[in-house]
Design a protein around this ligand. Structure first.
Ligand SMILES: Cc1ncc(COP(=O)(O)O)c(C=O)c1O
Length: 391
């Protein structure tokens, strides 16, 4: 109970706790400080004998509620909710690397993740990049001792699916932990722990959040490996805001309903795009012609995700005309929400790369990433048709 003086000088209960019947939905615990009624209670909460709360920045009931959802969705023992997907990576790297450590990372990781790894080199951490789709290359890279192997379940934006089971066993044979960024798949399409992976990261900002309105992330996995990250992550202020955790807890209840619909629509759109003369290439793991279709079939479940990448002629002015002709789909530099959106990686996620580095990744001015939402598929196709006609 929070008490402060009323105008008449009498203490008042500012939060109304303990009154009336409980709400159906967990309220937002928007409080930095928490009241302790005795020093024994302080000891009990710190020592975990009492499930109380210490401080807003160390996790409030809204985080605990979201963490329970993440554990259940991933079938894992522990989850830590962080301020963003990148904070989840920061927590893992902060705790599990040290001067002289070596990390083997997929060369096609999300650009910010690669840049965050690059930041570690100033502390004497060595980063070696590999093609995660080439298991011989991964095996060779792991011959030199490494602490971590880092991959994405579905890479952004080329949408290559990693063979998580094979990669996990290669990492474990060589004594490394495997860290998987599962953002594009979400636990609806893939639960990396079931494939033997140790540390799973999600940008909750995307499909788990799903409504274009929050930024959050999480790390999940076994109690033994992931729980020790909690204190360093808390110390470093990496824990998410109570309101974003509340929003995300609301969102995950509809994850399967949203993604069953959007992934089915994404497959239809990908098949339709394959037939469009102005589309030079379509990248979608659910297309039999796609490079990682066989891996996707054994790694993903319930479909192949809600993101489709496409290539048109590498002509920036023509792409601008395509974007201007769209009536419904907006250019938004994120993905995973209820509305269909388009992104242009060459000017956003990959803009800091040299043109030849972008070319090596196959990202040019005509490369577009479509995040499929919940609209009727006919509406999305009609809009894309208008855009393609304007090229
Ligand atoms: C694959 C992937 N991982 C991580 C992130 C970072 O997530 P956040 O923006 O929540 O920090 C992103 C963001 O786009 C992403 O695409």
């Amino acid at each position: 109970m929070t008490a402060h003086a009323s105008r008449s000088g009498e203490p008042v209960d500012a939060n109304g706790s303990g009154q009336g019947n409980p709400p159906f939905v967990l309220p937002i615990y928007q409080s930095a400080g928490w009241v302790f009624r005795s020093l024994d209670e302080v000891d009990a909460v710190y020592e975990g004998r009492d499930p109380g709360t210490i401080y807003g920045g160390s996790g409030v009931p809204n985080h605990a509620a979201l963490e329970a959802c993440i554990r259940s969705l991933h079938g894992t023992q522990t989850a830590i909710v962080t301020a963003a997907g990148m904070s989840a990576f920061a927590a893992v790297l902060w705790h599990l690397t040290h001067s002289g450590a070596r990390i083997v990372a997929a060369a096609n990781l999300y650009g910010n993740t690669l840049r965050l790894l690059g930041d570690l080199t100033k502390f004497g951490v060595r980063i070696d990049t590999i093609d995660a789709g080439d298991l011989d290359q991964v095996k060779d890279a792991l011959r030199t001792p490494a602490q971590l192997l880092i991959v994405e379940t579905i890479s952004n934006p080329r949408l290559r699916v990693a063979d998580l089971r094979a990669l996990a066993s290669l990492a474990h044979e060589r004594g490394a932990l495997i860290v998987v960024d599962n953002t594009l798949a979400s636990p609806y399409h893939c639960r990396p722990a079931e494939h033997g992976c140790d540390i799973i990261i999600e940008s909750i900002t995307k499909f788990l959040g799903g409504h274009h309105d929050l930024v959050s992330g999480c790390v999940t996995g076994s109690r033994e490996i992931v729980e020790p990250l909690r204190l360093p992550a808390t110390r470093a202020g990496l824990i998410s805001a109570a309101f974003d955790s509340w929003l995300a807890t609301r969102s995950v209840t509809t994850l399967s309903v949203r993604l069953s619909r959007s992934s089915a629509t994404a497959l239809t759109i990908a098949q339709w795009l394959e037939r469009q003369p102005k589309v030079a290439a379509v990248h979608y793991p659910g297309l039999p012609a796609d490079a990682t279709y066989p891996v996707a079939r054994r790694t993903l479940r319930e479909g192949f995700g809600s993101v489709v990448s496409l290539e048109v002629a590498p002509d920036r002015a023509a792409v601008d005309r395509l974007l201007a002709a769209l009536r419904h789909i907006k250019l938004v530099l994120s993905f995973g929400g209820v509305a269909t959106t388009l992104a242009h990686p060459a000017t956003s996620s990959h803009r800091s790369l040299a043109p030849e580095q972008r070319a090596a990744l196959g990202i040019h001015d005509g490369f577009l990433r479509l995040s499929v939402g919940l609209e009727d598929e006919a509406l999305i196709m009609a809009d894309l048709d208008r855009g393609l006609a304007a090229i």
